[in-house]
Write a protein that binds this ligand. Structure first.
Ligand SMILES: C[S@@+](CC[C@H](N)C(=O)[O-])C[C@H]1O[C@@H](n2cnc3c(N)ncnc32)[C@H](O)[C@@H]1O
Length: 274
């Protein structure tokens, strides 16, 4: 927001309550968080001592998915719920292969905009916008987002690590459908989510989320598949992050039962609009 002298006002944040973006940053070992967020992260670690490794693995899956999509020819990314900048972000993962790949980061938490702008000050191909996934039409109508992407060419929509923060009663798939409906064939939908295959540690991460943030639900693999709106999943379909590798879907992967329990908390998948 511009001040009367034309300079940018520093956004103010409510630091008394944890936010998802800042708790996640704390779990990743970042510095853009406050005492309430570190308490939220501590709650996660109390229930799931390897919660930080889950966050790191989710970031690794994000990079794996983005780089696969770039190699498939995608050069436009709409990354919703992008989170605070961390070690390797979508634009870095994409632009190290395709330097002029376009990236739009969208997050509801204004702290992401504040920190993202500083990181991206010299990168014309990447923008950060504050907007809400729950209002998908506002995202589609947002002038900066509209202008930055070429809507006549395929776009990868990333909804990575966010679904768990919405209860099924909110029908998050319908927000995603509104966005996907706008994308041309050849576009992709990339999702990671907390999974429920009946394991105690999966239930524990749900309890941690509910205690610290009031959300963070787990879902069956069947329910996660529904997030893809009936679009065909690219190989290997959805799987635990460690086993999921769209670049080499035929490669040998560890058996699910040989993974550590914390490695069975999140699943990833990518679908293609045909
Ligand atoms: C767990 S972080 C995931 C960050 C990143 N996508 C990743 O996977 O590493 C979830 C992010 O979603 C954002 N978020 C939560 N609700 C949102 C909403 N309604 N609209 C947009 N972003 C939202 C949070 O602010 C947070 O930054």
């Amino acid at each position: 927001m511009a001040t009367p002298d034309g300079s940018e006002a520093t956004p103010t944040f409510d630091t008394s309550q944890p936010t998802i973006a800042r708790v996640y940053d704390a779990l990743l070992g970042g510095k853009d968080n406050f005492a309430a967020d570190r308490e939220g992260a501590a709650t996660y670690l109390k229930f799931v001592p390897d919660a930080g490794r889950c966050a790191i693995d989710n970031r690794a899956a994000l990079v794996k998915g983005v780089q696969h999509l770039v190699r498939e020819g995608i050069d436009q990314f709409l990354d919703i719920g992008s989170g605070l900048p961390t070690q390797k972000n979508t634009h870095q993962a994409a632009q190290e292969i395709t330097p002029d790949a376009k990236v739009v980061y969208v997050d509801v938490d204004p702290i992401v905009l504040a920190h993202g702008r500083a990181l991206l000050a010299t990168n014309d191909s990447t923008i950060v916008v504050t907007a809400d996934l729950r209002k998908p039409q506002d995202i589609l109508d947002h002038p900066e987002i509209k202008d930055h992407l070429d809507w006549d060419r395929p776009i990868a929509l990333m909804i990575v690590g966010i679904h768990m923060h919405f209860h099924d009663d909110e029908q998050p798939d319908e927000w995603v459908r509104t966005l996907m409906d706008k994308l041309v064939p050849g576009s992709y939908l990339f999702i990671t989510d907390f999974v429920d295959t009946g394991e105690p540690l999966q239930k524990a991460i749900e309890q941690a989320g509910l205690e610290s943030l009031g959300n963070g639900w787990i879902r069956t693999p069947e329910r996660i598949e529904q997030h893809f709106l009936g679009l065909p999943l690219i190989p290997p379909g959805i799987d635990f992050l460690e086993r999921w590798n769209p670049a080499a879907p035929e490669a040998d992967v560890p058996a699910a039962e040989d993974l550590q329990p914390y490695q069975r908390i999140l699943m990833a998948g990518i679908a293609k609009k045909v």
